[in-house]
Write a protein that binds this ligand. Structure first.
Ligand code: IFM
Length: 476
C-alpha cells in the first residue's frame, strides 16, 4: 500500500482532523472501523456451492437495477480477501463489520451448511485474527436464499424460524472466531423496500406483505438472539437498525402527524418491540389493521425483546415529512430530503442529525451501548490524471459526523463505536456500481484498489486516537 503520495500528503495536511481535545472524549474502548456486506463485495456468485439469493434474481431481472448491474463479480473479494485484509491493516483499521451470506452458507435455506462456505468464512475470520482485525459479523444483510422467497419469503412466519436455524448453525461453525454478532441489517429495507415499494429484492409491491415481513424480521431477530446465546454463551449480540431523523415540514398538525406516521413505519416498528417490548400505540394505529395485529402471536413480543448487548444504529439522513392526501401510498406522506442535499444520492449532509438520533435512541429506547454500525456518503469519486482519488467531500463528511458522535457522548450517550460505510466501493443494490461509498476506490475493470484521500485521513485519525490511548495503557 500505498503510502500517500507527496501530493496526497500535502492535501492531507490541509485537511484538519478532529481536534485532540474532542477525540479524547470518546470512551477508551471506542471502536473506529469500517463496514461491508457479502453480496455487495464478494462476487463468486455461482462458486463452491453458493445458491441464488433474492438479490441474484432481482439484479438479473432486466430493468430493476441501474445499468443492469448485479453482484456476480462485485469486488471479487471472495478471491481477493487476503489482499483486502492486508490493505485494511495498512490503513490502520482493526475493527471490521462484515456479513456472511445466507445463500452461500445454506443455499436451500435449510439443513446442513455448505462445507465450502464454512471453509471460506473460517479462513476469512482466521485471516482477520492473524492480522489483529476484530470482526463484527452480520448474519443477514439482505441475501435471502431464493428457495425461501419461493416459499413465501419474509411475509411468512416460517422464514423467521429458518433464520434462527441458519443463525444457530452458522454461529456453531464460526463462533470460535468471532464474539460480536449482528442478527439483521436494516430490516426496514428488507420489509418495506423489498415488499412494499419493490425498489429492492424481491421487488414485491404489497403493503400488507411488507407489514407481515416487518414483524417476522423482528421475530427472526429475537429467535436468533436466543440460539446465538445457546451456541456461544460469551457472544455479544445486537441488531443494526437504520434510524432516520424525521422532521415535519411545518408545525401544522397535519405535518406533525405525517412525521409521526413516517417515524412509526420507518423507525418505531423496529425499535419499539426490540427495546421497549411492544409495538407502540402509533405503530399499532398505523399498521395494526393492515396486517400487524393478525401476524402477532402470543409470546412473540417476549421473544423479540430478548436482551441484547448493544444497539446497532445505521444512520444516513434527515428526511422532511409533509402531509399529502394525494400521495397514493398508505402513509399519505411526501418525503423530502432536508437541505442541503449534497451526496450523489441526494441525501442530506447534516451531522447534527446523527447526534439527534443517538440522543433519541438513548433517551427513548435503550440504555445499551450504541454502535454506529453504518454511516457514510456516496460521491462522484474518480481517478484523477495523477492516479489519486481526492474525495474532499467524504473527508469533510466523516469529520463532521464523527464530531457529531463526540457531541452525543458529551450529551450523555453511551456510544462505543463507529463503522464507516464503506471500506470498498461496492454494489450499491438497485443503484448498481454508479454510487461509490468506499474509502477505497475500486476500479471494477481491473479490480485495482486505490485508497482515497478519506482512507488516508481515517488512518491518521486512528493513529492519533491510538497515541492518545497508549499513555493510559489501552492497546488495540
Ligand atoms: O449500501 C447500503 C448498505 O448495504 C445498507 N445501508 C445503507 C448503505 C448505503 O445505501
Amino acid at each position: 500500500m500505498p503510502n500517500p503520495s507527496p501530493r496526497q500528503q500535502t492535501r492531507l495536511h490541509a485537511q484538519p482532523s478532529i481536534s485532540a481535545d474532542r477525540l479524547v472524549l470518546l470512551p477508551s474502548d471506542f471502536r473506529l472501523g469500517v463496514s461491508t456486506a457479502a453480496y455487495q463485495i464478494e462476487g463468486a456468485a455461482r462458486e463452491e456451492g453458493r445458491g441464488p439469493s433474492i438479490w441474484d434474481s432481482f439484479a438479473h431481472t432486466p430493468g430493476l437495477t441501474a445499468n443492469g448491474d448485479h453482484g456476480d463479480v462485485a469486488c471479487d473479494h471472495y478471491h481477493r480477501w487476503r489482499d483486502d485484509l492486508d490493505l485494511m491493516v495498512d490503513l490502520g483499521i482493526r475493527e471490521y463489520r462484515l456479513s456472511v451470506s445466507w445463500s452461500r452458507l445454506q443455499p436451500s435455506g435449510q439443513g446442513e451448511l455448505n462445507p465450502e462456505a464454512v471453509v471460506f468464512y473460517r479462513a476469512l475470520l482466521e485471516g482477520m485474527r492473524e492480522r489483529g482485525i476484530r470482526p463484527l459479523v452480520t448474519l443477514y444483510h439482505w441475501d435471502l436464499p431464493q428457495p425461501l422467497e419461493d416459499a413465501g419469503g419474509w411475509p411468512v412466519r416460517v422464514t423467521a424460524e429458518r433464520f434462527a436455524d441458519y443463525a444457530a448453525r452458522t454461529v456453531g461453525a464460526l463462533g470460535d472466531l468471532a464474539e460480536d454478532w449482528i442478527t439483521l441489517n436494516e430490516p426496514w429495507c428488507s420489509a418495506f423496500l423489498g415488499y412494499h415499494t419493490g425498489a429492492h429484492a424481491p421487488g414485491r409491491r404489497d403493503w400488507g406483505a411488507a407489514i407481515a415481513a416487518a414483524h417476522h424480521l423482528n421475530l427472526a431477530h429475537g429467535l436468533a438472539v436466543a440460539v446465538i446465546r445457546a451456541e456461544l454463551p460469551g457472544a455479544r449480540v445486537g441488531i443494526a437498525n437504520i434510524v432516520t431523523d424525521i422532521r415535519p415540514r411545518t408545525d401544522s398538525l397535519d405535518d406533525l402527524a405525517a412525521a409521526e406516521r413516517l417515524d412509526a413505519a420507518s423507525n418505531r416498528v423496529f425499535l419499539d418491540p426490540v427495546y421497549l417490548g411492544d409495538y407502540s400505540e402509533q405503530v399499532r394505529r398505523l399498521l395494526g389493521a393492515d396486517g400487524l395485529d393478525a401476524v402477532i402471536r402470543p409470546g412473540d413480543l417476549d421473544v423479540i425483546a430478548a436482551p441484547t448487548d448493544f444497539a446497532g444504529i445505521n444512520h444516513y439522513q434527515r428526511v422532511i415529512a409533509r402531509h399529502d392526501d394525494d400521495d397514493a401510498g398508505p402513509l399519505r406522506v411526501r418525503e423530502e430530503p432536508a437541505e442541503p442535499a449534497t451526496t450523489s444520492f441526494g441525501w442530506s449532509v447534516i451531522p447534527a442529525s446523527l447526534t439527534a438520533v443517538l440522543m433519541r435512541v438513548s433517551r427513548e429506547f435503550t440504555s445499551l451501548p450504541l454502535l454506529i454500525t453504518e454511516n457514510g456518503a456516496s460521491y462522484h469519486d474518480y481517478l484523477d490524471p495523477d492516479g489519486d482519488v481526492v474525495d474532499l467531500d467524504r473527508v469533510s463528511y466523516l469529520r463532521g459526523y464523527l464530531d457529531a458522535v463526540v457531541t452525543a457522548v458529551e450529551q450523555g450517550a453511551d456510544v462505543r463505536g463507529y463503522y464507516a460505510w464503506s471500506f470498498l466501493d461496492n454494489f450499491e443494490w438497485a443503484e448498481g456500481y454508479g454510487k461509490r461509498f468506499g474509502m477505497v476506490f475500486v476500479d471494477y475493470a481491473t479490480q485495482r484498489r486505490i485508497p482515497k484521500l478519506s482512507a488516508h485521513w481515517y488512518r491518521r485519525l486512528i493513529s492519533e486516537r491510538m497515541s492518545q490511548l497508549e499513555p493510559i495503557g489501552v492497546k488495540r
